[in-house]
Design a protein around this ligand. Structure first.
Ligand code: SF4
Length: 627
């Protein structure tokens, strides 16, 4: 094995910054990284064993202990729970003969929970040795496990052949479904592959390209909504011999899966967008940070990049444009939500723990390897291609004034047609609900757990309140005053996820608790606020749900929700949002549980609660109450 590890290290030129790739390759080879491997790595890469260990321990899909032959990661997002994830989990435990978090004695099966794997429209879903299995049922998993026990190949147990579109491509072979319900200017088959690079780009100067994108008012589609043209202009201005374009394909926000569909059906559009961005900004290094859960796409995407190289769409003097040198490499993540934050992603790209950096400096000044770095979302880059092709004025016909163009929505939950919808900005939430066949809607989670939970009264008229003066989802340009009914950057911004809950759902017990668990699990732990408050707030919510809450508890939650906003990055700043936005819009659900008019918990029975402890030490309970 030592020899193999040395080969892997040499493959990456003993480059410390490629530690992620090295660890991923070692996992591919033997399933985990042990102490000896860590020592070899530290020695060869010129870093300490602590640095190697801290990277391994940070990521969900790395392991320092031997794993099973088949590692089953069952997704625990809220929509999976709504489709009997519990039944699937029990069936897996029964069929495998072990419980979650453990490996069977014979080393055959390991069972693990994992956060959203980008399959909210087809859950419950699981990753089994990196192959995605969707629409799981108790019956299907018991058949699957018995097939594996009989010695069948994992791939042969994909039960409905492959999914639709490019999911069936020989290099993809996944049983994932695109579920494209509505397309517009992005999800449009009239796209001519690489037409801009082949025929148009040389007609424009880099400044022209930036100007067109600025004129179109394109804003970042990841959620933050920063003007794309401005970002490119800043990037071009910063001095440096090299510049970097990063495509953020780490969509980890539970309920979001639009980038998965873009990369499956229109990867060339995204890569072409990266080339245009590189031309505009003078970048020569291109990186796609692809979340580990989408590893099944890697071969397919790399094939397209190879085709681009063969056709001089990447490489040196691209399409005869003198000194326009640019290439793209795909970097796989290894399971960490916070790596969707751009500076955390850059740390990860450098082979480190994905902990967000302090800002300033911003990545556009000092990003990947301290080089000027422009990070754009998959959808943003794809939009740029359509803009250069058709012009800024054409683009501005779509959407509304402050939010031009279209938005891809990932819709899941209680509706008839979950999937991807490309709608114009300015579309009302009521219209979206109608499109996807949602009835008896109690609530919608807009923008994933870090976004907002809104109720029917908000669908048509989202009113302001004092609370809104300080409640502001981080990273979003949200007006502090009035909300109205349209999806737009100024009023109802969204990274694209909408999860629908019908009247039958228990919003606090099932939904909010699930979201809080997610944030507790995903905090990187650097800030005490983000490390502690979500946990304490969840406990407080449990107390309320168990009938021990008083009105002061709701006030405490609101006050702690304010404190958490000082956290360093968007994860911590939004980690209280499930509780805050449900108090904001569903306060009656909280009030139903709290003890009316009580200042303290008068149901709590201290004598009873210490009974077991007293019995254990043979002590008599004597409390002196002063009434
Ligand atoms: Fe880490 Fe949370 Fe602080 Fe972000 S806010 S740096 S995730 S601890």
């Amino acid at each position: 094995m030592k020899e193999k590890i040395n080969q892997i290290i040499s493959k990456y030129d003993s480059d410390r910054n490629r530690l992620m790739d090295i660890l991923l390759d070692i996992h591919e080879e033997k399933g985990y990284v042990d102490k000896n491997d860590v020592e070899i790595l530290a020695h060869s890469l010129g870093i300490s064993t602590v640095e190697v260990d801290e990277t391994i321990s940070f990521y969900h899909f790395f392991s320092s202990k031997p794993r099973a032959k088949y590692n089953i990661y069952l997704n625990n997002s809220i929509t999976a729970n709504m489709r009997d994830r519990e039944g699937v989990k029990e069936a897996l435990e029964k069929a495998c003969g072990t419980t979650f978090g453990n490996v069977t004695e014979d080393g055959m099966f390991g069972l693990y929970d994992t956060s959203c794997i980008g399959m909210n429209d087809q859950g419950p879903a699981a990753l089994i040795n990196d192959i995605v299995f969707t629409n799981l049922t108790s019956y299907r998993v018991s058949k699957l496990v018995s097939g594996l026990k009989e010695g069948k190949e994992l791939r042969d147990l994909i039960y409905e052949n492959n999914g639709d579109g490019n999911n069936a491509d020989p290099d993809m072979q996944s049983m994932v479904f695109n579920n494209i319900r509505k397309g517009s200017i992005l999800l449009n088959k009239d796209y001519e592959r690489f037409d801009i690079i082949n025929n148009e780009l040389s007609k424009y100067s880099p400044q022209d390209v930036i100007q067109i994108v600025e004129d179109s008012n394109l804003r970042g589609r990841g959620g933050a909504g920063f003007p794309t043209g401005m970002k490119w202009r800043f990037g071009r201005r910063v001095e440096g011999n090299h510049r970097v374009i990063i495509c953020n394909a780490d969509e980890g926000e539970p309920g979001t899966f639009k980038d998965r569909v873009m990369l499956t059906e229109f990867p060339d559009l995204v890569f072409e967008g990266m080339v245009i961005a590189a031309y505009a900004t003078g970048a020569d290094i291109g990186l796609v940070y692809l979340r580990y859960e989408y590893k099944y796409m890697l071969k397919f995407l790399n094939r397209i990049l190879s085709e681009m190289r063969e056709n001089n769409l990447l490489g040196k003097n691209i399409k005869g444009i003198k000194d326009f040198d640019f290439d793209i490499r795909i970097q796989l993540g290894a399971g960490s939500y916070v790596c969707g934050e751009e500076s955390a992603m850059i740390e990860s790209l450098e082979g480190k723990r994905g902990e967000p950096r302090d800002k300033p400096p911003f990545p556009v000044e000092k990003g990947y390897l301290q080089l000027p770095t422009i990070v754009n979302n998959v959808e943003t880059l794809a939009s740029a291609v359509r803009i250069i092709k058709n012009g800024a004025e054409w683009y501005k016909q779509y959407g509304i004034k402050d939010s031009t163009g279209t938005k891809l929505l990932s819709i899941s939950g209680d509706c008839k047609f979950p999937g991807i919808y490309e709608v114009e900005w300015g579309t009302s939430i009521s219209e979206v609900l109608e499109m996807c066949g949602a009835k008896n809607v109690q609530a919608i989670q807009v923008g994933g757990p870090s976004g907002m939970m809104i109720g029917p009264r908000d669908f048509d008229n989202l009113s302001s309140s004092d609370l809104m003066k300080w409640y502001k989802p981080s990273g979003m340009m949200v007006a502090e005053k009035f909300f109205d009914m349209k999806l737009s950057y100024s009023d109802m911004p969204t990274g694209g996820s909408m999860i629908i809950f019908s009247n039958e759902r228990d919003l606090l017990r099932d939904v909010v608790m699930n979201f809080m668990d997610f944030f507790i699990e995903e905090s990187c732990g650097s800030c005490s606020t983000c490390r502690n408050l979500p946990f304490i707030m969840k406990q407080k919510l449990e107390k309320i749900l168990n009938g021990h809450g008083v009105r002061q508890d709701i006030d405490d939650l609101l006050s702690w929700g304010k404190t958490i906003k000082v956290s360093r990055c968007g994860l911590g700043q939004t980690a209280a949002n499930p509780i805050l936005s449900s108090i904001l819009n569903f306060r009656h659900l909280y009030e139903k549980h709290v003890q009316a008019m009580a200042d303290y918990d008068n149901i709590f029975d201290i004598t009873k609660s210490v009974e077991a402890a007293n019995k254990f030490v043979d002590r008599k309970t004597e409390f002196h109450h002063s009434n």
